[in-house]
Design a protein. Structure first.
Length: 454
C-alpha cells in the first residue's frame, strides 16, 4: 500500500526528559532529512539503512538542536516504509520546533496510531499484533504487559489464523459441492465440511475460555470496601495503596464520596474503591454517598466488608451482608489491637479474617486470601488474551458456525446453500479479528485509541 505522503510526529511523551524523538515515515523521509539534518560526510539519503549519525538539526542558518538521526530503509522498518527518527534533547521545545520544520517542508502530521496502521497495511503485523502494541503501552501491570508481549509475538494470531483457515476450508468444501447437480452431489465433501465446522467450534470455544482473564488484565478487578462509618475502611484503602489517599478520622461519616485507586496484586491491577459508610443519615450528601457505595458494591467483583470488632455486630452490618450474599465477600474484623467483642465464629457462613490496620496484623493473610478469592495465580505463565473486540467477533463467528452445523446435520442438498452462506459469515468474522478482512471505519476505530507517534 506504500503511499506517497510522509507522516511525522513526536513519538515521545511530553514533559521533561533526556531525549525526545521525532519520527517520519514515507517515501519522502530521507529527502526531508537531507534538508534539516546536517552531518559530516554523506548526506542522510546517501546512507544505508540500519545506521545512525550525529549532526545538527534545523535550517543551515537556524540550528534548533544537535542530535542523532536513525535511518531505516524500506522494508526494514517498523512501517516497512523509509523511516527516520531524530533524537533531540528532551522537553517540549526542540522536538516541537523540529516537527514544525518537517511539516512546513511537506510532511503531514500523523494521526493517532498511523505508524502502526501502516505497519499493518504493509503486512508487517496483523491486526491482533497491532492491537498488542497499544495494549503494551497502556498496560498497568507486569502481567498485562507480559500478556501484550505474548500477543505481539504472534501466538494468538497463529491460533486465530488456524481457525480462519479451517473455516475457509469448510466453506470451500461446501461450495465445491454446489457445482454438482442435486441428484449426485458428493456427500464426502459435505461431510468433510461438517467435520471441519465441528472442529472450528471447538477451537473457538478454547479461545473464548481465556477472555475472562484478558478482561481482568485490561480493565482491572473491581474490589469495593464497604462497612459502617468508622470501621476503618479508609484506613484499609490507605494501607493497601501504601499511601495516605483517603482522609481517616474518628468522626463517623468522614468519607462522603467513593474514592477509586489502582494497586497491583501479583501482577493484576486492582481497582480499589473506598466508600461512604452505610448508616441512617438525614444528610443529603451522605445519602448520595451511600447510594454510590451501594452501586459500587453491586458492580464489584469482590467486596471487602470491614467491621469494627470492638463493637457488637450491628443489624445494619448483617443486613448489608445478607443483601448481597451472592457477591464474593471477605469480612475483615478490624481493630483487634483493642478488646474485640466479635470473632470469626460470629460470622457464620462468611469468610472472615481478624486484622488490625493500626498494628498491621493480618494484612499478609488478607492479601493472600484476596489473591485466592480473585483466583490470581502469581506463577501462571503469561499468555496472550482476547480483547472485547476479539470476543464479540469470535462469538459471532461461533453463532454462524452453529447455524451451519444445524443445516449440515443431517446433510441435505437444500441445506447446502444457506450453510455455505453462514460459513462465509463465520470466516469474515474471524478475518476481521486478524485483519484479513477490514474496512476503513473499522481501522479508524481501532487505531483511534492509539497515541500519536506510535
Ligand atoms: N485501634 C484501631 N483503630 C483503628 C484501626 N483501623 C482504623 N482505626 C481508627 O478508626 C477510625 C476510623 O477509621 P476510618 O478509616 O476513617 O474509618 P471509615 O469511616 O470506615 O473510613 C480512625 O480513627 C482510625 O485511626 C485499627 O486497626 N485499630
Ligand atoms: Mg472513610
Amino acid at each position: 500500500m506504500i503511499t506517497d505522503d510522509t507522516i511525522a510526529a513526536i513519538a515521545t511523551a511530553s514533559g521533561l526528559g533526556a531525549i525526545s524523538i521525532v519520527r517520519l515515515s514515507g517515501t519522502g523521509s530521507l529527502v526531508l532529512a537531507d534538508r534539516f539534518f546536517h552531518c559530516a560526510g554523506a548526506r542522510p539519503s546517501q546512507r544505508p539503512g540500519g545506521t545512525f549519525v550525529y549532526g545538527r538539526v534545523g535550517l543551515a542558518d537556524d540550528i534548533i538542536d544537535e542530535g542523532l538521526l536513525l535511518i531505516f530503509r524500506a522494508p526494514h522498518s517498523y512501517t516497512r516504509e523509509d523511516v527516520v527518527e531524530i533524537q533531540c534533547h528532551g522537553g517540549r521545545e526542540s522536538a516541537r520546533r523540529i516537527l514544525r520544520l518537517v511539516l512546513d517542508a511537506g510532511a503531514r502530521p500523523a494521526d493517532p496510531g498511523e505508524f502502526t496502521r501502516r505497519a499493518f497495511l504493509n503486512g508487517r503485523l496483523d491486526l491482533v499484533q497491532a492491537e498488542a502494541v497499544m495494549d503494551l503501552i497502556a498496560s498497568q501491570s507486569s502481567r498485562a504487559a507480559a500478556s501484550a508481549v505474548e500477543q505481539l509475538t504472534g501466538h494468538l494470531s497463529d491460533s486465530l489464523r488456524l481457525v480462519y483457515d479451517k473455516v475457509i476450508s469448510a466453506c470451500s468444501a461446501l461450495e465445491a459441492t454446489l457445482d454438482f447437480p442435486e441428484e449426485d452431489f458428493p456427500d464426502f465433501l459435505a461431510e468433510d465440511s461438517s467435520q471441519q465446522v465441528d472442529e472450528s467450534v471447538v477451537m473457538i470455544d478454547k479461545l473464548l475460555e481465556n477472555w475472562e482473564e484478558g478482561h481482568r488484565l485490561r480493565e482491572g478487578v473491581l474490589v469495593v470496601i464497604s462497612g459502617q462509618p468508622n470501621a476503618g475502611k479508609s484506613t484499609l484503602l490507605n494501607r493497601l495503596l501504601g499511601r495516605d489517599r483517603a482522609i481517616v478520622s474518628p468522626t463517623p461519616g468522614t468519607t462522603r464520596d467513593a474514592i477509586e485507586e489502582t494497586f497491583v496484586l501479583n501482577g493484576i491491577p486492582i481497582r480499589l474503591v473506598d466508600t461512604a459508610g452505610l448508616r441512617e443519615s438525614g444528610c443529603l450528601v451522605e445519602q448520595e454517598g451511600m447510594a454510590r457505595a451501594k452501586a459500587y458494591i453491586k458492580k464489584a467483583d469482590l467486596r471487602l466488608h470491614v467491621i469494627d470488632a470492638t463493637q457488637p455486630l450491628s443489624k445494619s452490618d448483617l443486613d448489608s451482608l445478607a443483601e448481597t450474599s451472592e457477591k464474593p465477600t471477605l469480612v475483615l474484623l478490624n481493630k483487634t489491637d483493642l478488646a474485640s467483642v466479635v470473632s470469626s465464629s460470629d460470622m457464620m457462613t462468611y469468610d472472615s479474617i481478624p486484622i488490625s490496620l493500626i498494628s498491621s496484623v493480618g494484612l499478609d493473610h488478607l492479601l493472600e486470601k484476596l489473591a485466592a478469592k480473585l483466583d490470581v495465580n502469581p506463577n501462571a505463565a503469561p499468555h496472550a488474551t482476547l480483547s472485547e473486540r476479539h470476543r464479540l467477533l469470535l462469538d459471532s463467528s461461533r453463532h454462524a458456525l452453529l447455524a451451519a452445523q444445524q443445516l449440515l446435520r443431517p446433510i441435505r442438498p437444500e441445506g447446502l446453500v444457506p450453510a455455505a452462506s453462514h460459513l462465509r459469515d463465520a470466516a469474515e468474522f474471524v478475518g476481521k479479528i486478524i485483519g484479513r478482512v477490514y474496512y476503513d471505519d473499522m481501522l479508524n476505530q481501532i487505531f483511534s485509541r492509539f497515541c500519536i507517534g506510535k
